[in-house]
Design a protein around this ligand. Structure first.
Ligand SMILES: [Zn+2]
Length: 286
């Protein structure tokens, strides 16, 4: 890595998988969101189960279809409520006398498309009060934020990450280790997803292995410590990637420019390589 030009990159949080039995859509060891299939009278129904405490959006794309009933669209998206299990898609032959087959891939992400982003909400910086940190990459950054209003903050590994806004911890992955700048690392991030009261999701990426300080289902206030930062996943230098998102479907996630409270006032557009300080009187941990 060229230290004069640190590159900070993150990946989309969607987790993908081709079909396999009891698929959890990712490599995390815990159950989170997974699918199974039931077969009845020559039909096959995909059942999706969401074990997270937030809604998730899942999208299934057919990659191959032969003699599949026309009622099954090539792309199917579903919103699954917290803790819910739903029948999703029932596959059947268009002509029951002929052979039929199909293949698909699927993804899911936290959140729901009906979230209403509160544009006037002022976020706290996602680290400790009284500290200034440098922006490695800002909104729409050309390195990896071309279509994302995300911010990468330079942070030595082990730095305390604090909630930028109150909400419900809905997904935590911190069992992974290692980082790289290749495609396969886009599915190997550690992260925390935090559901805000307006339905948007705060995404804290690249946290240290075993670095989560919170578990799904826990409610936190702005300023509460939630993790130790790291350099895990699609990343080339220790940093925290933070974004606020709402999924359209599992393959298309919108992010939002958000306002931050700093010692220099409220800032909407954080500039690359500038330092921003979190006010010492910012929301304190409980
Ligand atoms: Zn990033």
């Amino acid at each position: 890595m060229d230290l004069r030009a640190p590159i900070a990159i993150c990946a989309i949080l969607a987790v993908a998988g081709a079909w396999r039995a009891n698929d959890d859509g990712g490599t995390a060891s815990r159950k989170r969101v997974h699918i199974s299939k039931t077969s009845v009278s020559g039909t096959e129904t995909v059942v999706i189960e969401n074990e997270l405490p937030c809604s998730v959006v899942a999208t299934l794309k057919l990659t191959e279809r032969e003699n599949v009933d026309a009622a099954v669209k090539s792309t199917e998206t579903i919103v699954v409520a917290p803790g819910a299990t739903r029948d999703w898609i029932t596959f059947a032959a268009a002509d029951s006398k002929k052979k039929w087959k199909y293949q698909y891939e699927w993804k899911w992400v936290c959140g729901a498309p009906d979230a209403s982003h509160a544009a006037d909400y002022i976020y706290e910086l996602p680290f400790e009060a009284g500290v200034a940190r440098r922006v490695l990459q800002g909104y729409l950054g050309r390195v990896s934020h071309a279509d994302s209003y995300a911010v990468d903050w330079a942070m030595p590994e082990g730095t305390t990450v604090c909630a930028a806004r109150a909400g419900l911890i809905c997904d935590v992955v911190d069992e992974r280790d290692g980082a790289g700048f290749t495609e396969d690392y886009k599915q190997k991030n550690n992260f925390i997803c935090l559901l805000h009261d307006d339905g948007t999701v705060g995404n804290y990426l690249h946290i240290k292995k075993d670095g989560a300080l919170v578990k799904p289902g826990v409610r936190v206030n702005a300023g509460d410590p939630i993790a130790q930062s790291g350099n895990v996943g699609y990343s080339s230098t220790p940093h925290l990637h933070f974004s606020v998102t709402r999924p359209r479907d599992a393959y298309a996630v919108d992010s939002f420019p958000i306002r931050y409270r700093t010692t220099a006032g409220t800032v909407l557009v954080l500039e690359k390589d500038k330092y921003y300080e979190k006010p010492a009187d910012a929301a304190k941990p409980r």
